[in-house]
Design a protein around this ligand. Structure first.
Ligand code: GLA
Length: 383
C-alpha cells in the first residue's frame, strides 16, 4: 500500500492508492481496469507505452507517457452511446511530428511569458521564444514532448496512471531541479481527474496544465460553435496583439466574453471586437469566481445534439478558453478526421499568462520546501 499520493486540502482524498500487482480488487473497482501496450518510440529511442484506463461504466481514457498525452477519451451521449470526445492522433508519429499540444501535459509554464524572460530573486532567466516574441507552453521541448515514468495505480473509486518527470536545473532556461508528479484518475463517476504535484531545489516559476481539445459531438464531427458554454468568471485578462495580458482584469459584462449564462460558443465569436481579433477567436484567460482553495466549478459545456455535458472543476485561479482558432484543416487525426478551425475547445486550467512578470497576479513562484499542488477534474454526463 502506498500512502496517500495526492492530498489537496478540502478535496476528496485519494487515500488508499495501491499498486496493481498483488492487489485484490474491491467491490467499487471490480469493473475498472488498466492495460498497457507499446506505442512506439520517442525521437530519442525511448520505448513509449499507451495505457487504457476503463471505468466501471465502460468509459475509457487512453493515455501515453510521451508528453502525458490523453490520446482518446470516451463519454456517453444521452442514449448511453460512447464517443471519443478529444482530438488527437492514433499513432505516436503524429504527436512527434506536428501536434498543437493535443491532449498534452504542459510545463513548465502553461501559456505565454512575455518576450521569453522573467526576473526572479534579482536574476533574469531567458527562455526559448517560440510564439511571436513570446515563450509559449514551456519552450522548445516542454513537458508535452518529454518521456514520463509511468506506473499504474488503483484508486478507491477508479483507476489511475501516475506519471513522474524530473526537469533538470536550467532545462528550457528555467531554474531548479523540478520533480513533477501527475496522477490521472478515471473515476467511476465518469471523471478524468488530474492531480499535479511538484517540488524544487531552487526558487522557480511553474504553471502546469493539460491541453485537451474537446468536441462533445465526437472528435472530428464538425465545429464546436453550437456547444453551449458556461464559464464561471466575472472577469478576464484582456491581451495585446501578441496575446500577452495587458495587466487589468476586465469585467466580462457587455462583452462577447460573458459566458456566465450558457451561451453558444459561436454566438458572438465573429463580432467586431478587438479582443476577439487579437485572439483570432477566444484564446483568453478567464478569472474564475471562486471561494477558498478547493475544487470549484470553472466551466460547463453542453452539446445539444448528443446531450453530452462536460464540467471542469479546478483548484486553479484561471482557465484559458481556446476555440481551436489555429486548426486549419491541414491535420488529419484519429479515424482520418480532418480538424478544421473551431473543431474543438480547450479549457486549460491555469494561473494567468505572464504571471512571472506580473507581481499583481496570483504568484506562480515555487520555493524549496514548498509543494505545488493543483487538481482539475473533467466530469462527463448527458441530458
Ligand atoms: C493555447 C494558446 C493558444 C495556442 C494553443 C495551441 O491555448 O493560448 O494561443 O497556442 O494553446 O495552439
Amino acid at each position: 500500500m502506498q500512502s496517500t499520493l495526492f492530498v489537496v486540502p478540502g478535496l476528496i482524498a485519494l487515500a488508499g492508492l495501491m499498486t496493481l500487482t498483488g492487489t485484490a480488487e474491491s467491490a467499487t473497482t471490480a469493473h475498472s481496469r488498466i492495460t498497457r501496450k507499446s506505442f512506439g518510440k520517442a525521437p530519442d529511442g525511448h520505448p513509449i507505452s499507451l495505457y487504457t484506463l476503463t471505468n466501471a461504466h465502460g468509459m475509457e481514457a487512453r493515455i501515453t507517457n510521451y508528453g502525458g498525452i490523453v490520446v482518446s477519451l470516451t463519454a456517453p451521449d444521452r442514449n448511453g452511446k460512447f464517443g471519443d470526445v478529444v482530438l488527437g492522433y492514433s499513432t505516436i508519429d503524429g504527436y512527434i511530428k506536428n501536434s498543437p499540444y493535443f491532449g498534452a501535459l504542459i510545463g513548465r509554464y502553461g501559456n505565454r511569458i512575455a518576450k521569453g524572460h522573467f526576473t526572479l530573486d534579482g536574476h533574469t532567466y531567458k527562455l526559448a521564444v517560440n510564439n511571436g516574441p513570446n515563450s509559449l507552453h514551456g519552450g522548445k521541448k516542454g513537458f508535452d514532448k518529454v518521456v514520463w515514468q509511468a506506473h499504474e495505480v488503483r484508486a478507491r473509486n477508479g483507476v489511475g496512471l501516475a506519471l513522474h518527470y524530473l526537469s533538470k536545473d536550467g532545462e528550457e532556461g528555467y531554474p531548479g531541479n523540478l520533480s513533477v508528479d501527475v496522477l490521472y484518475t478515471l473515476t467511476n463517476n465518469n471523471e478524468l481527474r488530474i492531480d499535479y504535484k511538484a517540488t524544487t531545489d531552487k526558487d522557480t516559476v511553474l504553471n502546469l496544465t493539460n491541453h485537451s481539445y474537446f468536441n462533445l459531438a465526437g472528435q472530428g464531427n464538425g465545429d464546436v460553435l453550437g456547444h453551449l458554454m458556461m464559464i464561471n468568471a466575472d472577469k478576464f485578462t484582456p491581451i495585446d496583439k501578441t496575446s500577452i495580458p495587458l495587466g487589468d482584469l476586465k469585467p466580462v459584462q457587455v462583452t462577447p466574453f460573458d459566458f456566465r449564462k450558457p451561451t453558444a460558443i459561436g454566438a458572438r465569436i465573429n463580432e467586431q471586437d478587438q479582443q476577439l481579433k487579437f485572439g483570432t477567436g477566444y484564446d483568453h484567460n478567464f478569472v474564475l469566481n471562486r471561494k477558498g482553495t478547493g475544487l470549484s466549478l470553472a466551466a460547463r459545456a453542453y452539446e445539444p445534439k448528443t446531450g453530452r455535458v462536460l464540467e471542469a472543476y479546478t483548484t486553479q485561479p484561471g482557465v484559458q478558453f481556446y476555440t481551436g482558432n489555429f486548426l486549419d484543416g491541414t491535420i488529419k487525426g484519429k479515424g482520418g478526421k480532418v480538424y478544421k478551425q473551431r473543431y474543438a475547445f480547450c479549457l486549460e486550467t491555469q494561473h494567468y499568462p505572464d504571471s512571472p512578470n506580473r507581481p499583481d497576479f496570483p504568484t506562480t513562484v515555487l520555493k524549496p520546501g514548498q509543494t505545488y499542488k493543483q487538481t482539475t477534474v473533467y466530469k462527463f454526463s448527458a441530458r
